[in-house]
Each structure stands twice: as C-alpha cells, then as structure tokens.
Write a protein that binds this ligand. Structure first.
Ligand SMILES: *[C@@H]1O[C@H](CO)[C@@H](O)[C@H](O)[C@H]1NC(C)=O
Ligand SMILES: *[C@@H]1O[C@H](CO)[C@@H](O)[C@H](O)[C@H]1NC(C)=O
Ligand SMILES: *[C@@H]1O[C@H](CO)[C@@H](O)[C@H](O)[C@H]1NC(C)=O
Ligand SMILES: *[C@@H]1O[C@H](CO)[C@@H](O)[C@H](O)[C@H]1NC(C)=O
Ligand SMILES: *[C@@H]1O[C@H](CO)[C@@H](O)[C@H](O)[C@H]1NC(C)=O
Ligand SMILES: *[C@@H]1O[C@H](CO)[C@@H](O)[C@H](O)[C@H]1NC(C)=O
Ligand SMILES: *[C@@H]1O[C@H](CO)[C@@H](O)[C@H](O)[C@H]1NC(C)=O
Ligand SMILES: *[C@@H]1O[C@H](CO)[C@@H](O)[C@H](O)[C@H]1NC(C)=O
Ligand SMILES: *[C@@H]1O[C@H](CO)[C@@H](O)[C@H](O)[C@H]1NC(C)=O
Ligand SMILES: *[C@@H]1O[C@H](CO)[C@@H](O)[C@H](O)[C@H]1NC(C)=O
Length: 403
C-alpha cells in the first residue's frame, strides 16, 4: 500500500513538469472552495456585521492574477461582501445589519473568478444560519379566561315532593369553587392568576381569569381576528379589523373585498347589496345600464327591462326608440277615427262622411233617391238605381206606361 502511494507521487510530479509549459495562456481559474465536495457552510444567526464566515479559494494554473467576486446571492438582501484576504477571499456578513434565521434561514451564493481572459462560475454555496435562542415564548392570546360553569352535579330522589340542595363539603380547594344550592352547578370563583411560560432562557407571563371578573370583560379576549376589545359597562365591545364583523368579529364582511364591480357595497344581514353607480346595473353592478346611452328619441322615457330597455314614447312618436312620427298625431281624419298602419294612417269615417280624410259629405246621406231608389256614392256625387217604374237622376220621373 505504502509503496504504491509513493510510486504514484513520483508520476504526478513529472506530469506537472510536462504540462506546465503547454497550458500557458489557456488555463481558466479553478475554484477549490466552494467545490462539488464543499458546498455548504453554517454560522450562527445574529453574528456581528462584517464577520468573516467562509474562505473562498480559486487559483489559476498559469499563475495569472485571479479576481473573485460574488456573482449572485439568494435572497439578495441584505448583501454579503467578499474581501481579499492573504490567502483567498473572505465571505463577510452584511455590513449594514445582522442576519436573522427567523427571517432568512439560508442564503445561497455563486462566485465568479476571472484571470482577465477567462471567467468561470463556482458551484452554489449554501449558508445555513444556526438557530440561537433569541426569541421569547409568545402566548397565543393576550389573556385567558376559564369558563366559570365547570360542571353540573345531578342527583335524583324518588320522592316527588323533595327538592335537592347541593353544597360543597370540606375541604374546598383554595376556596376556588362555589356551588349553586338549587341547581348543583359548580362554579369557579372569580379570581385571576398569572401563568409563566419559559423556554429556559426567556420568560413571558399572561393572566388567566376565572369566573366573571366584573369590569374586565376583555380579559377573555373575546374579539377574534385581531379585533380590539373595549369595555362597555360589564360587557365588551369589539372594534373589528377590516373584513370582519359581528359582536366578536367572527363574521366575514361580505363587502370586503367588494363584490360590486361598479357600485358601493352595503351590508345586508350576512349578505350584501350593491348600489350601482350611474350607468351600471345588476346584483354586482357588472351590467351596463341599457338606458345609459339614451336610446329613446324625441322625448321618450327609457325603462330598464331585464338587460334591455323599453321606451315609453312622447305623444306623436312611435317605434322601439320613438324615432317614427305618429301619422295620426295631426288628426288627419276630419270626421272619422285615425288608425295607424305602419308610418301611414287610415281613416275610418263617421256616418255621413267619406274620403281618405273623411272630409267629404256622403251625398247619399240626404237620401236623394226617391220612390224606393237605392243611392250609390260616385266620387263626390251620387247615383240612384231606381225601382221599376221610375226614372231620372233622383227616380222622381214616372216611366211612361208601355203600350
Ligand atoms: C462577476 O459577477 C458579478 C455579478 O454578477 C458581475 O458584476 C461581474 O462582472 C462578474 N465578473 C466577471 C469577471 O465576469
Ligand atoms: C490573454 O490572452 C492573450 C492571447 O490570447 C495573451 O496575450 C494575454 O497575455 C492573456 N492575458 C492573460 C491575463 O492571461
Ligand atoms: C410576551 O408575549 C406577548 C404575546 O402574548 C408578546 O406581545 C410580548 O412581546 C411577549 N413578551 C416578551 C418579553 O417577549
Ligand atoms: C359568531 O359568534 C357567535 C357567538 O358569538 C355565533 O353565534 C355565530 O354562529 C358565529 N358566527 C360564525 C360565522 O362563526
Ligand atoms: C366599471 O366602470 C368602468 C368605467 O366607469 C369600466 O372601465 C370598468 O370596466 C367597469 N367594471 C366592470 C367590472 O364592468
Ligand atoms: C347575496 O346577495 C347577492 C346579490 O344580491 C345574491 O346574488 C346572492 O344570491 C346572495 N347570497 C345569499 C347566500 O343569499
Ligand atoms: C320587457 O321585455 C320583454 C321581452 O324582452 C317584453 O316581452 C316585455 O313586454 C317587456 N316589458 C315591458 C314592461 O316593456
Ligand atoms: C264634421 O261633422 C260635423 C257635424 O257632424 C261638422 O260640424 C263639422 O264641420 C265637420 N267637420 C269637417 C272638417 O267637415
Ligand atoms: C296597411 O298598409 C299596407 C301597405 O303599406 C297595406 O297593404 C294594407 O292593406 C294596409 N292595411 C290597412 C288596414 O289599411
Ligand atoms: C261617375 O261619375 C263620373 C263623372 O264624375 C261619370 O263619368 C261616371 O259615368 C259616373 N258613374 C256612373 C256609374 O254613373
């Protein structure tokens, strides 16, 4: 074994002697720290700023001067520094601030090295911050309260007329309990005590209230979700944080975030109602108001009907958008009733009147045909169709008797 190692050593020396002249101007710098076998280091959190925590080394086979820099750091804040040392380069903690494991448990670094012609990047170095006991225990509530109604004792008695009374017999532990003589309910008496939490180094305390501490209703931390408690007589009142509602801030505010796209949200029980801004409609004000574009012409009034509009037209106007004039508005039928037919009108004349606009007297209305003759209107005049035996325009000429 020993001899074999010695043999190898001799070969290595001679190999360097041959390779060195050939590699001039061609060899790139090489990192020996960090390297694939040396990629991790650690230091305590809270170490003083500008402390040296790791030695980076890189060399160049040609003997060129090598420059090393931090190529990347993740996370990038706070920035570590690299300082040239007698041998290699020292990775220094940030100068501005100390490093906190509770904020950032690990950092990673990649370094670059240059000989002026060639730049190489190192493998990734991981820095693991070692935990120190630098935090105190924190209670999850600012204070606690034990439910005063701990337990109810029950006894039965077969005798119907008997009432049962309950009392605690000695010893009563620290005078902590009372009992309701009638109901058997065991009640924790009113008192407060302190509880300490210690992690061996740091100590924190909180108060625990038992029973109903009059005037201290906030002791039980009734306000949830970071609400602020204030006393209100023997009761408490919570000022809830944004997004919470209710006596104990346990109900989510339906208006946060606002469901109303273009409107104001109002709470309505446990739900919301949107009051839409002008031009918007719908439960969440996300529909354009179809009347917003004033689609009804000529003084017509627009009404929203579902997602569409309906126009109620002013006198004299017709159509979905009130843009066609009512042909009857000028009362074109002198003695008759006007009916619309599209954009035209049609007159239905009163008795005795004729013509498109009922302005002609019906010539037959005066019954001009005598002797049973039938009157027919012809233009503005009449024609009589006479009964047998009569002649003439008005059938008032007797037919001469045939021979
Ligand atoms: C090394 O990395 C840093 C940061 O990315 C960069 O600014 C610098 O130019 C690099 N040096 C060389 C020689 O490439
Ligand atoms: C860089 O390379 C050129 C030739 O390619 C050489 O002349 C020069 O000396 C080299 N510089 C360094 C710093 O290695
Ligand atoms: C004790 O815990 C509370 C939270 O319950 C915390 O606000 C307070 O800062 C802690 N005290 C110390 C000394 O750490
Ligand atoms: C909120 O708390 C009250 C009692 O304080 C309870 O009645 C109610 O159900 C709770 N609501 C929700 C949504 O948790
Ligand atoms: C709300 O109205 C604005 C203009 O007033 C519009 O840009 C936006 O798209 C509307 N939001 C929705 C959800 O319709
Ligand atoms: C809440 O109100 C909105 C808008 O008025 C309605 O669409 C939704 O159905 C309501 N939700 C409940 C649970 O009542
Ligand atoms: C509303 O629109 C529907 C069709 O979309 C229609 O049948 C109804 O008559 C309209 N209502 C009013 C009041 O105009
Ligand atoms: C219509 O008839 C009435 C009588 O019924 C008459 O007084 C009036 O002048 C008539 N109108 C026209 C325009 O002829
Ligand atoms: C209405 O007008 C159309 C043509 O415009 C016509 O064909 C139709 O007969 C008219 N109706 C009445 C009742 O006059
Ligand atoms: C109707 O009157 C016209 C002249 O106004 C006349 O030419 C025509 O013959 C008359 N019709 C009849 C059936 O008498």
């Amino acid at each position: 074994m020993k001899r074999l190692v010695h043999h190898n050593y001799v070969i290595t020396i001679s190999a360097i002697g041959i390779l060195l002249p050939l590699s001039v101007q061609t060899a790139a710098p090489v990192f020996s720290k960090p390297s694939p076998l040396d990629q991790q280091t650690s230091c305590f959190e809270n170490i003083a700023s500008s402390s040296s925590i790791y030695r980076v080394s890189a060399s160049d086979a040609d003997g060129d001067t090598v420059t090393v820099a931090i190529h990347s750091q993740n996370p990038s804040e706070p920035p570590f520094q690299l300082a040239k040392a007698i041998i290699g380069w020292n990775l220094m903690t940030p100068s501005s601030t100390t490093i906190d494991r509770e904020t950032t448990p690990t950092f990673t670094f990649v370094f670059n090295a240059s000989d002026g012609n060639n730049t190489v990047q190192s493998v990734t170095l991981t820095l693991i911050l070692t935990d120190l006991n630098d935090n105190s225990p924190h209670f999850t509530q600012s204070a606690y309260r034990v439910d005063p109604h701990l337990l109810t004792i029950r006894a039965t008695d077969a005798d119907v007329s008997n009432t049962i009374n309950y009392v605690i017999k000695e010893p009563i532990p620290n005078n902590m309990f009372s009992i309701d003589i009638n109901t058997g309910q065991i009640i924790l008496k009113t008192l407060t005590f302190t509880v300490e939490a210690s992690d061996g180094t740091h100590v924190n305390t909180t108060t625990v209230a038992t029973g109903t501490v009059v005037g201290q209703p906030c002791n039980s931390s009734p306000c949830l979700n970071s609400g602020t408690c204030s006393t209100n007589g023997a009761d408490f009142a919570c000022t809830c944080t944004l997004g919470w509602l209710g006596k104990t801030c346990n109900i989510t505010d339906p208006c946060i975030p606002s469901p109303c796209s273009n409107g104001t949200c109002y709470k309505s029980g446990s739900n919301y109602t949107c009051l839409c801004t002008e031009g918007w409609l719908g439960d969440t004000c996300n529909q354009v108001n179809p009347c917003e574009s004033s689609p009804c012409s000529n003084g017509g009034t627009c009404y929203v009907n579902g997602t569409k509009f309906t126009c109620s037209c002013d006198t004299g106007w017709l159509g979905e958008r009130c843009n066609s004039a009512d042909p009857c508005i000028s009362s074109p039928c002198s003695n008759g009733t006007c009916y619309r037919n599209g954009s035209n009108y049609k007159c239905s004349c009163n008795e005795g009147w004729l013509g498109d606009t009922c302005n002609q007297v019906n010539p037959c209305i005066s019954s001009p045909c005598s002797n049973g003759g039938t009157c027919y209107v012809n233009g503005t005049t009449f024609i009589c169709s006479c009964d047998a035996g009569w002649l003439g325009d008005m059938c008032n000429t007797g037919k001469p008797k045939s021979c």
